[in-house]
Design a protein around this ligand. Structure first.
Ligand code: COA
Length: 452
């Protein structure tokens, strides 16, 4: 929808009238004891709740000081690297197992896993007309936005949408876990046709396939994929399935859930949060950064040349102008992000065969060279490491997945984590989240309209 010229003028006038007081200085936050970004002075997150779902382990505290350690991530107490290794050893898909573990708190038995996989499979059968009426009729250029809207639009299709009992919430969670990948592919196909003037393929999901296989099979025109490719996507999904209650989208999901509202409202809000470039949207920023490096670096093995360019990014003379090196840094991890390590390891298996060696070398160089440069700019007392987004884009690119699906794929995987947090919030918290904001405005007299 284009804004008319006269409205544009009006908006300009309003923009000139808008008179915020400007940024609040850091010292104001200190004076008011306000936790900027819900963080303590040392950058650690304030404790807003308790959870049994996962543990993001990034540092130790000794004599009130943060001590950096190698990062570890546990789903319900189980180290994700053990989950991944077990699946590799047994040469099987693992996302469904991780999803069950997050929701139910225990590893599934073989029977549980079969039942769960069959249920998810049935949930892929989306209500009649939903794809036509909600997705095809109003395609969007932004798939995260489309997914958030589509999740919200599921409400009227649910016979019992507002019942927040555990049984009903579990049923809704499984439906969402099964449906989101199908909705994502349909939204992408609709976007291809409407915005890119390309052919649209609406393949039906096939029974007997894992989530990762179904995504590749419905996404590709010829429905073909290799087992190696599907396993790589599966591993990527396991690593993106959950990341603690404090991560922005899980926290949003819990905050919205705490008001007692329906699951569709809570999950669409979480998708909106994940879209942001400081959160899940960072995988796109890493890709743009990689494109820029490839266009400007003559020799990907020349560390000096890469260092010089990274310095320009930090000085806001290159990159997106934010001064950030994307793919680096994390709110909790200090020495390493286990997801980045495992993803890098999995990606490496296909890099040569898929012809992505140059990309891999460059990303590895950014990971190696950035910490020293970042420390020159600002002292990261506890260290700074590559995060999960550094290598996820590379994995998706190797799988021939279009960029606009990178963040939606994150959402598809994270649905299990969000649902687990919603269930836990319903079961354990039972109190609306209601923090406070210290008011800074002075009292003033009201001036009558005629006197202004
Ligand atoms: N490049 C440049 N500067 C960075 C940086 C990076 N990758 N990561 C952190 N910083 C700077 C911040 O701009 C901030 O500076 P300021 O105090 O002058 O405002 C400071 O370091 C804060 O560091 P820290 O407390 O460690 O980070 P955070 O918890 O506030 O933020 C991220 C964590 C992930 C948002 C941040 O590291 C970032 O923006 N990284 C790049 C985006 C990205 O890859 N996101 C993916 C997240 S999985």
């Amino acid at each position: 929808m284009n804004t008319s010229l006269s409205m544009e003028k009006d908006f300009k006038y309003l923009a000139d009238r808008y008179n915020p007081d400007g940024e609040f200085e850091n010292k104001l936050y200190v004076q008011c004891n306000a936790k900027r970004g819900l963080r303590n002075a040392d950058g650690t997150g304030i404790v807003a709740g308790i959870t049994r779902i996962s543990n993001v382990h990034g540092y130790l505290v000794d004599e009130y000081e943060r001590v950096p350690v190698d990062g570890e991530l546990f789903y319900r107490g189980i180290n994700i690297s053990d989950l991944l290794d077990a699946c590799t050893e047994e040469d099987r898909f693992g996302y469904e197992e991780a999803s069950w573990l997050l929701l139910f708190g225990e590893l599934p038995t073989r029977k549980d896993l079969e039942l769960y996989s069959r249920l998810i499979e049935n949930c892929r059968k989306i209500p009649n007309n939903f794809i036509d009426d909600v997705i095809m009729r109003v395609p969007s250029n932004d798939l995260m936005n489309k997914l958030a809207g589509s999740v919200l639009a599921l409400y009227p299709y649910d016979i019992n949408p507002d019942d927040t009992s555990e049984v009903n919430s579990l049923r809704q969670s499984m439906e969402l876990i099964g449906r989101l990948p199908v909705m994502m592919v349909a939204a992408y196909q609709a976007k291809r046709r409407a915005y890119d003037y390309k052919s649209m393929y609406l393949h039906m999901p096939l029974d007997g396939l894992s989530t990762a296989e179904n995504i590749l099979s419905t996404l590709r025109a010829d429905r073909k994929y290799t087992r190696e490719e599907a396993l790589l996507l599966d591993r990527c999904m396991i690593l993106h399935a959950e990341h603690g209650g404090g991560n922005n989208s899980a926290f949003v999901c819990r905050a919205v859930t705490s008001s007692g509202t329906d699951i569709y409202s809570a999950i669409s809000a979480a998708i909106g949060a994940l879209k942001g470039p400081r959160h899940g949207g960072a995988n796109l920023k890493v890709c743009a950064q990689l494109d820029e490096l490839k266009a400007n670096i003559k020799d990907v093995r020349d560390d000096d040349e890469i260092t010089a360019y990274l310095k320009k990014i930090l000085a806001k003379e290159a990159g997106d102008g934010s001064g950030l090196i994307y793919g680096m840094g994390h709110a909790v991890y200090t020495r390493s992000d286990p997801r980045a390590i495992l993803l890098k390891r999995e990606a490496k298996k296909l890099v040569a065969a898929k012809g992505f060696e140059e990309d891999f070398i460059l990303l590895d160089a950014v990971e190696r060279l950035s910490p020293a440069l970042l420390n020159e700019k600002k002292e990261f007392a506890t260290g700074i490491c590559a995060n999960v987004d550094m290598y996820s884009g590379l994995v998706y690119s190797m799988l021939g997945i279009p960029r606009e699906l990178f963040t939606p794929l994150f959402a598809v995987a994270r649905m299990s984590g969000w649902c687990a947090h919603r269930l836990e919030e319903i079961q354990t918290s039972r109190r609306i989240m209601r923090p406070a904001y210290r008011p800074l405005s002075q009292k003033r007299e009201y001036t009558k309209l005629a006197d202004r």
